[in-house]
Design a binder for this molecule. Structure first.
Ligand SMILES: [Zn+2]
Length: 100
């Protein structure tokens, strides 16, 4: 039986992530691309949370530091791409509720 040793030698190497389009045509951006997207979505939202709360939009102030880029209506895991159309600016509270 082959086992993974408990103590690994050396450090875990992470591959640098590159922007790419996935198998299903999902847009995946790299860190620089994400930073740009975050800025674009933040500008669009003017710093206000764009997530729906009941029938309305939350609209709470979510500044650059406290706000988050949420993948909505689909989650990233459900296949949402890193595009302006598939993301919303979100306050921390809203992002927490949709991410579950
Ligand atoms: Zn919100």
């Amino acid at each position: 039986m082959k086992r993974t040793p408990l103590a690994r030698s050396g450090r875990i190497k992470y591959k640098p992530r590159k922007a790419r389009v996935g198998k299903t045509g999902t847009v995946r951006l790299d860190a620089a691309g994400m930073a740009k997207l975050r800025e674009a979505v933040y500008d669009r939202a003017m710093g206000l949370c764009e997530m729906p709360r009941g029938k309305r939009v939350c609209g709470r102030w979510a500044g650059w530091l406290s706000g988050q880029l949420a993948h909505y209506p689909k989650s990233r895991g459900a296949g949402a791409g890193d595009t302006e159309a598939e993301t919303r600016w979100s306050c921390a509270a809203c992002h927490r509720t949709v991410s579950d």
